[in-house]
Each structure stands twice: as C-alpha cells, then as structure tokens.
Design a binder for this molecule. Structure first.
Ligand SMILES: C[S@@+](CC[C@H](N)C(=O)[O-])C[C@H]1O[C@@H](n2cnc3c(N)ncnc32)[C@H](O)[C@@H]1O
Ligand SMILES: *[C@@H]1O[C@H](CO)[C@@H](O)[C@H](O)[C@H]1NC(C)=O
Ligand SMILES: CC(=O)N[C@H]1CO[C@H](CO)[C@@H](O)[C@@H]1O
Length: 256
C-alpha cells in the first residue's frame, strides 16, 4: 500500500473519533494557538491542506473567513467536515476536495491564490524531505504575496511532556528514520485512538529553511504564554513549556 493509501485508511477509520479529541488539554491549547495565528480573517479566503475533519477550518470561519477550501486524502475525514457544515446554519463557507497535497493540485478547481494557507499536522505525514518539499511547493504556489501561512508541526518528541498522558495525548514508539523520527500519537479519550506520524528533522527542529525557500518572512512560533490555557494555569503547563511537543508557526509571504 502506498503512503497515501495508508494515510487514507487510517483517517477513514478514526474520522468519527477525531473530533472527540477536542476536549483534551493539548488539543485545546492547539486550538487557542491556531486562533491566535489566524487572528482577524474577516473576508479572507483560506486553503486548508490536510484539513481533515475541519476543526481549524471552522475556527477560520469563526474568525471571519469568507470561505475555507479543505484538501485532504481521507474521504471519511472530509465527510465529517461536510456533515458538520451541514448541521450548522450557514452555506457556502467551505468546499471539500479529496487529493494528495504532496502531488500537483492543478486538477482541482481551487482559487489561483489564497489569503491564508494552513497546514495543520500534515507535515507529520511527510516521512521524507522530498515529500515535505512537495507540500511546501504547493503551499508557496497557492499563497498570495502578503498572505499568511500558518501550520502546526511536531516539536520536541523526546522530552517529558511528550511521553506523559497529563495533557491528554502522548507519543510512544518514537524511532529514528533516515530523515527524522516515526512515532505513534495516542489520544486518551474514550474510545482511545492513535495515529502513526513521521516527522523530518527540518520540520521538528524548528529550522526555517523550508519557510524561507517558500518566500515567507517574519516567521514566528506563536508563544504558548499568549494562550488562555497557559495564562489561567501556568503551573499545570510547566512541564510542557520546558520542552513543548508541538508548535504553531506563522509567517507572511514576501511581496516581490
Ligand atoms: C492529524 S490530521 C489533522 C487534521 C486537521 N488539519 C487538524 O489539524 O485537525 C492529518 C490529516 O492530514 C491528512 N493528510 C495526510 N497526508 C496527506 C496528504 N499527502 N495529502 C492530503 N492530506 C493528507 C490526513 O488524511 C488527515 O486528515
Ligand atoms: C476511505 O473511504 C472511502 C469511502 O469513503 C473509500 O472509497 C476508500 O477506499 C477508503 N480508503 C482506504 C484506503 O481504505
Ligand atoms: C501547484 C504546485 O506547485 N504543485 C506542486 C505540488 O508538489 C508536486 C510535487 O513536488 C509538484 O509536482 C507540483 O508541481
């Protein structure tokens, strides 16, 4: 089975439980960081690559986005996103496309350029540097000059916050690969579920190589300390803050 088929199969299975994870402390922190990264999106059009069940796409709509286009490999994840949209009393805020974002997307009726391109967790399905580069090529192509990139990536896989279940999810089976690490991420919800991720050194290390090659400037990691979660209980997050397990990164595409 190809990597793309494997990803589709795994997310096909966990699509229904994916939204259950939203109550976990680390996932709440993630959402708060993303909301800070999205900021004011009034009237903006957003491309969400690997957007899955639409958790962050809905946050972009709540921040004012006129439309979010989700591209994802898993039809079942897209169905969950579509079902949620149908249940909400709004129309035309989202479009759904099934495709591999590490491949050309020219066959999709996407806009030529977007105000915001988001890539949340999708880098953790790029097992090698070439796949990651392909994702970035597409991010760069679809982001308009002056537009905003934001994305979540793995950070410290080996620190104490990665292995504890204190924050609701934990990493196990962390093993080196030629380009980085493979791991299993467990979600401590009922029913529990997990996915296998991979992250390459140039992604989890915090290197800005890909961002810079893609023409981004002012790239920053959204400070955890700016979230409500950390502000309201810094003691609880102490272990996390020592060696955070993921990072939300934001940058702006240069105007040439
Ligand atoms: C961990 S989920 C994250 C979903 C969503 N971005 C979020 O943060 O809630 C990863 C998603 O990326 C999708 N994905 C992984 N590799 C992909 C690829 N090459 N092309 C398109 N989607 C991909 C999976 O199908 C899955 O829905
Ligand atoms: C995922 O689900 C769709 C139906 O929604 C199915 O057509 C597809 O074959 C499934 N993918 C895999 C790899 O099982
Ligand atoms: C539109 C675009 O730049 N698509 C690229 C996405 O990544 C694949 C793999 O590198 C390229 O072939 C596409 O040209």
């Amino acid at each position: 089975m190809s990597t793309a088929e494997q990803v589709s199969e795994v997310y096909n299975k966990s699509a229904q439980s994916y939204n259950d994870a939203s109550v976990l402390p680390a996932v709440l922190l993630e959402s708060q960081l993303i909301k800070l990264a999205i900021g004011d999106a009034v009237d903006l059009v957003v491309l969400d690559i690997g957007g899955g069940s639409g958790i962050h796409a809905r946050e972009a709509v709540e921040a004012g986005a006129r439309r979010v286009d989700i591209v994802d490999l898993s039809p079942e994840m897209l169905k969950v996103a579509e079902g949620m949209e149908k249940s909400l009393d709004r129309k035309g805020c989202m479009r759904f496309f099934e495709a591999d974002v590490a491949k050309p997307m020219d066959h999709l009726p996407l806009d030529a350029e977007y105000d915001i391109v988001m890539a949340n967790w999708v880098f953790d399905h790029a097992g090698d540097v070439d796949t990651l580069k392909a994702m970035w090529a597409n991010i760069s192509k679809y982001l308009k000059p002056g537009g905003r990139f934001l994305g979540i990536r793995r950070a410290d896989l080996l620190g104490p916050a990665a292995s504890t279940d204190k924050y609701g999810l934990s990493l196990k089976n962390v093993k080196p690969t030629p380009d980085g690490f493979a791991y299993t991420c467990q979600f401590h919800v009922t029913p529990a579920w997990e996915f296998d991720g991979k992250t390459v050194e140039v992604s989890y290390s915090g290197s800005l190589e890909m961002h810079e090659k893609s023409g981004l400037r002012d790239t920053e990691v959204i400070p955890y300390e700016d979230t409500k979660a950390v502000k309201s209980d810094p003691g609880y997050w102490e272990l996390w803050l020592q060696r955070p397990v993921f990072a939300v990164v934001r940058g702006t595409k240069k105007i040439v």
